[in-house]
Write a protein of this length. Structure first.
Ligand code: ADP
Ligand code: MG
Length: 244
């Protein structure tokens, strides 16, 4: 990655410790990592190695025990709660393994939620949510409930929700963990398209087959970064069947 790209998020000598005394767990130990604009990063590592802890701190969903965490150059611990919420909502979209959609609410209404939080004008909500759903190929499913959608479609709704505020970064924690291989590759293809459109992508996966699509691999082991290297990304090919 070119050094000229701006650093969007950075942790330096970061520690995260849970519990106390004999029950103390160092989930992250002295981790330093910078994510630059335009990167496409796969975070790998065994279960319990600290991947989610790292993602949650990068996403400002959790706070470090010690060390520095910067978002767009600002030290996160020095931001007021309201300023942090504003910067986070504008900068970061989240995608989770379990989709985390509201069950009794249509795809369109799920995608509108972050716009409501961001205080977008009401007339804009529907238009922008519909555009985000179209971006992930689900315009025809806008009125469906999550239970009426396949796992891959639900995850695409979650991705539409993640991009509706036009974030600079998507943080995705095992986004394909509940999906079969073919569907996983469709999700990675979508990430590659979003990446080509300028969104920075950081995603966690256990699976080498899913990590192949990234241009940088970060391996976390026992709370430390064990490897951090560029790779030539595979190009995700779409299936020939209609995606929706
Ligand atoms: P991964 O996502 O790589 O599976 P995690 O970041 O979830 O790993 O967890 C890293 C370590 O921190 C594990 O040992 C886990 O048990 C511990 N841990 C994570 N969250 C908590 C918590 N809220 N309280 C106590 N320990 C935790
Ligand atoms: Mg995890």
């Amino acid at each position: 990655m070119e050094e000229s790209r701006p650093v969007l998020m950075e942790v330096t000598r970061l520690w995260k410790t849970y519990g106390a005394g004999d029950a103390r767990v160092h989930a992250l130990r002295d981790v330093s990592l910078a994510i630059r604009g335009g990167e496409f990063v796969a975070v790998m590592g065994p279960s319990g190695s600290g991947k989610s802890t790292l993602m949650n701190i990068l996403g400002c969903l959790d706070r470090p025990t010690r060390g520095s965490h910067r978002l767009l150059g600002a030290e996160v611990s020095e931001l007021s709660a309201s300023r942090l919420a504003e910067v986070r909502n504008r900068t970061i979209g989240f995608v989770f393994q379990a989709y985390n959609l509201l069950p009794r609410t249509s795809a369109l209404a799920n995608v509108q939620l972050p716009l409501l939080y961001a205080g977008a004008p009401r007339r804009e909500l529907r238009r922008r949510a519909a555009a985000a759903l179209a971006r992930v190929g689900l315009q025809a499913r806008a009125q469906h409930l999550p239970s009426e959608l396949s796992g891959g479609q639900q995850q695409r709704v979650a991705i539409a929700r993640a991009i509706v505020n036009r974030p600079r970064v998507i943080l995705a924690d095992e986004p394909t963990g509940n999906l079969d291989t073919r569907t996983s590759i469709e999700i990675l293809k979508l990430f590659q398209e979003l990446g080509a459109a300028g969104i920075t992508i950081v995603y966690v996966t256990h699976e080498p087959d899913v990590a192949r699509y990234a241009s940088r691999i970060v391996v976390v082991r026992d709370g430390e970064i064990a490897e951090d290297r560029p790779q030539a990304p595979a190009v995700a090919r779409p299936s020939l069947e209609p995606a929706s």
